[in-house]
Design a protein around this ligand. Structure first.
Ligand SMILES: Nc1nc2c(ncn2[C@@H]2O[C@H](COP(=O)(O)OP(=O)(O)O)[C@@H](O)[C@H]2O)c(=O)[nH]1
Ligand SMILES: [Mg+2]
Length: 258
């Protein structure tokens, strides 16, 4: 199974080389990395180029002209990963909140399950939020995920807002990335909602979610409020989707005739 990790970065100069090192050392065959950098002012893009020059067969970099948001970066990266023939695409943050140590289990799960998506989940049984977080912050996060989003969208996934997911490529083709309109943090909600409406099956494995150790989060109160309101927009946009509306998969290329 050819796996491509799509790693969006904005000002991750302090994290990127550690993350790339951790990913390359995983006991997972056939895994490569696609960094999608939005011209980070801290020079992350340059570091990514140096890493790619060291290991050109396993790292590639997409440079985008400026900060255009996580959703756009993912859509771009997912499209390129599919074009490179990935069988599965992994999405994760570059700040170690999503520990690479869970990836072998996620891959094994996707390999052996009758499912289409594996979610590294904070809210499934055994999943945990950062121990340093106060009870208020934990409650807010739990409420947003387990109550607010799930009541509006009726998603089966318990962690619908997280960004640690392994997708079978067929799913990304079937949901049709052109259908996904959200750019900010609601991107995560929209993709899993559309996937579930089209009857793709997600399995969740528990993770411990640790706050980023270095660098700055791009999350703020305003961003959270906007995300909360946009959940309604996601519902309105896709409420009528049905499994029969999966995008047609392109026919397999005929073998080259000599
Ligand atoms: N390419 C790109 N990456 C982004 C953008 N915004 C956030 N990221 C990256 O997306 C991941 C998640 O962002 P982060 O700030 O950690 O969000 P948080 O985990 O919700 O605090 C990190 O790897 C960021 O560097 C963006 O506009 N463009
Ligand atoms: Mg983060």
């Amino acid at each position: 199974m050819k796996i491509i990790v799509v790693l969006p970065t904005y000002n991750e100069a302090e994290n990127l080389s550690n993350m790339v090192g951790a990913l390359l050392n995983l006991p997972v065959a056939n895994l490569s990395i696609l960094v999608v950098d939005d011209n980070s002012p801290d020079g992350t893009g340059r570091i990514a180029d140096e890493l790619a020059a060291d290991t050109p067969d396993r790292i590639e970099v997409i440079h985008r002209p400026g900060k255009q948001g996580l959703g756009k970066a993912y859509i771009h990266g997912f499209g390129e990963a599919l074009a490179r023939g990935a069988d599965a695409v992994l999405q994760m943050d570059c700040d170690f909140s999503h520990s690479p140590s869970y990836i072998p289990e996620m891959v094994k799960t996707l390999d052996g399950c009758n499912c289409d998506i594996v979610i590294g989940s904070r809210y499934t049984k055994g999943g945990r939020l950062d121990e340093q977080w106060g009870i208020g912050r934990k409650l807010l996060s739990w409420w947003a995920n387990s109550i607010y989003v799930r009541l509006i969208l009726r998603t089966k996934a318990k962690d619908a807002t997280g960004g640690f997911r392994l997708w079978r490529s067929e799913v990304l083709r079937g949901i049709d990335l052109n259908r996904i309109r959200s750019n900010g943090y609601v991107f995560q909600v929209e993709t899993i909602y559309v996937a579930e409406k089209l009857d793709y099956k997600a399995v969740e494995i528990p993770i411990y979610f640790e706050d980023r150790r270095v660098g700055q989060s791009k999350m703020s109160f305003r961003v959270q409020l906007e995300a909360a309101l946009r959940v309604w927009q996601v519902w309105w946009r896709h409420r009528k989707l049905k499994p029969s509306m999966r995008a047609e998969l392109p026919a397999k290329e005929p073998p080259n005739e000599a």
